[in-house]
Design a protein around this ligand. Structure first.
Ligand code: SF4
Ligand code: SF4
Length: 306
């Protein structure tokens, strides 16, 4: 597998606003994200811990899904007590949503936040305010943690998992709209280390389960509105940090410890997200703003393409 990423960032930026045929590959099937984020990068339990330990608890955000009860349930009696058919614990009603669940516990991912940034991705000439990974340098369109210990496996191996599963890659979607075959996905052999991380081993490793649906009241509604609070995000982040891979159990000591750390986070990322959000409403989209908004707050630099 070889990719040509210069000037692209198609997997780091939500470029649907630039597309004549916006793709929504994350919203197919019976479980659909309640948020509107594009290409969320799902982190493993250990990666969640590493980000929080590094002071980046404020860079993380959860994803929960609405479960299509009608499409998936076995026809049967109402045994859930809330007017719904029993679906074997595959969903739980929270804030009026049938939230996808594992064994009756609300399921979720933890990914990286995507504030609006002034970027010119996928080879376009003009910059636009587009939802962009918190760690992407808007000027170079390079990842600020590339090669770092924190660099997520999902990013390091992209698009190997797609090639393994024979699913269209983001590189090919970019080629289809802004180039030609082979412009971005230069060589499409499946890498030896491509790992689908599907099945039971994903639970507690990358797909997490919250033990107390009642504790999510109000939080799910705010996630669906795209407005989770810092406390909402910390609740999910800490539960993921306290997960036990292969099970739905949560280590409550680890949960409490990581919840405090996530709430205490005050990194350049969190500060920049607030600043970007304010500027998107008032400033022209100039990628050079990244210097004042991110670099001057301590963001790691990027090497450029030369
Ligand atoms: S979509 Fe493909 S070519 Fe574009 S930045 Fe991502 S990996 Fe690179
Ligand atoms: S962590 Fe880096 S490579 Fe991954 S989505 Fe964010 S900017 Fe892109």
């Amino acid at each position: 597998m070889r990719v040509n990423c210069e000037g692209c960032a198609g997997c780091c930026v939500d470029w649907r606003a630039l597309s004549a045929t916006p793709d929504d590959h994350e919203r197919v099937g019976p479980d659909r994200p309640l948020d509107d984020v594009y290409n969320l990068v799902p982190l493993t339990r250990d990666e969640v811990r590493a980000f929080v330990d590094a002071g980046y608890g404020d860079a993380l955000t959860p994803r929960v899904w609405a479960h299509d009860v009608d499409g998936e349930t076995d026809a049967g009696s109402d045994e859930t007590g809330d007017g719904r058919e029993d679906d074997g614990g595959r969903s739980v009603r929270v804030d009026g949503f049938d939230v996808a669940a594992v064994a009756g516990r609300p399921a979720f991912f933890v990914g990286l936040r995507k504030p609006p940034k002034p970027v010119a991705p996928v080879g376009v000439d003009d910059a636009h305010w587009l939802p962009t990974c918190a760690f992407l340098d808007p000027e170079s369109l390079q990842c600020r943690i590339h090669g770092d210990d924190l660099y997520p496996d999902e990013c390091a191996t992209y698009p190997g998992r797609n090639l393994l599963l024979d699913v269209e890659t983001g590189c090919e979607r970019v080629e289809a709209e802004f180039g030609a075959p082979g412009d971005r996905l230069v060589e499409d052999a499946v890498p030896d280390d491509a790992d689908p991380l599907l099945g039971p081993q994903a639970v507690g490793g990358k797909v997490f389960a919250h033990p107390d649906p009642a504790a999510l009241s109000g939080r799910v509604e705010r996630i669906a509105a795209g407005e989770p609070t810092a406390a909402d995000r910390a609740e999910f982040v800490a539960t993921a940090a306290g997960a036990s891979p292969g099970t739905v159990r949560r280590n409550d000591d680890a949960y409490r410890e990581y919840r405090e750390r996530a709430l205490d986070a005050d990194s350049w990322v969190g500060q920049a997200i607030d600043d970007w959000t304010d500027r998107a409403d008032r400033d022209p989209p100039d990628p050079g703003l990244g210097e004042a908004v991110e670099d001057d707050r301590g963001a790691p630099g990027t090497p450029g393409w030369d």
